[in-house]
Design a protein around this ligand. Structure first.
Ligand SMILES: [Zn+2]
Length: 268
């Protein structure tokens, strides 16, 4: 009886959901912002492959871009391993993460990460969610992820850890609804990176290359920091003031690694 009482609401919820087209808002599918620039789609496809190539994404994780014609829409692949993503797999969503034109395609369960961050951060135009492996230990340890070298100077702004238990108690750890997406966006605050306890991380940027750069160098920094910790002794991290002084160099040179990564990833 206790079991039935506990289960009944979720059974009813599933029944209610099943009566609507999957993923559709009550008023029907949101309107499209229209076609995006093919160069932007190419960059989004490249970002998927670059992040797979660099060991940040594997069969899981995703990267999105805000639609340049309508800030209330974003573009994200259908549910697919990032290395396999092509232009034809890119779907359009509103910021509640409803698809504009689902056509039976399976969607990423955790797409709410993207929609809710775009709502909270108007200056953010690209979002990466990954389970990049070297970063995960810092999501569960009392040792904070800190900048080890200049390339990851952006970490000087601080790296919050999203504790999903504080937001929703015991869960399967996935950001599978808008409420959890909002809680994650609140944890991220105004930072470029947030860790997700026992799960992964999210990086955001003003463009695809920035979000990708932050995702790659968060992973590299974590590897180097683990090595430095392994040496024993104390660690002399990049000071916040040094981080602040270095950051403009990232903006000044980001096209160099981006062009290389893109060429390698799309040339495969
Ligand atoms: Zn995830």
């Amino acid at each position: 009886m206790t079991y039935f009482l506990h289960r009944a609401p979720s059974i009813l919820l599933h029944a209610a959901r099943a009566s609507m087209a999957p993923g559709s808002p009550a008023g029907g599918a949101p309107a499209s912002a229209g076609p995006a620039d093919p160069n932007l789609i190419e960059d989004l496809v490249a970002a998927n492959r670059i992040l797979a190539d660099q060991g940040v994404l594997d069969g899981y994780g995703h990267v999105s871009v805000r639609h340049p014609r309508n800030s209330e829409r974003y573009l994200l692949s259908r549910s697919l391993a990032p290395e396999l993503v092509t232009a034809g797999d890119i779907m359009e969503f509103d910021l509640d993460s409803n698809p504009v034109d689902q056509r039976g395609r399976t969607m990423y369960l955790e797409r709410f990460i993207h929609g809710e961050i775009y709502k909270a951060r108007p200056e953010v135009n690209a979002v990466v969610h990954s389970h990049s492996p070297a970063v995960v230990p810092f999501s569960v340890s009392s040792i904070a992820l800190k900048p080890i070298y200049h390339m990851s100077a952006f970490l000087h702004r601080g790296v919050p850890v999203f504790e999903i238990r504080e937001a929703a108690g015991m869960t399967d750890l996935l950001v599978r609804d808008p409420q959890l997406g909002r809680a994650l966006a609140r944890s991220l605050g105004d930072k470029p990176v947030a860790l997700m306890r026992g799960h992964g991380n999210v990086t955001v940027g003003s463009s695809i290359p920035f979000a990708v750069y932050y995702a790659i160098y968060t992973e590299v920094n974590a590897r180097l920091q683990l090595q430095a910790i392994g040496l024993g002794g104390s660690i002399n991290y990049v000071a916040p003031e040094e981080g602040k002084l270095y950051e403009p160099n990232i903006a000044g040179t980001i096209s160099r690694p981006w062009e290389l990564w893109k060429k390698k990833a799309l040339g495969k």
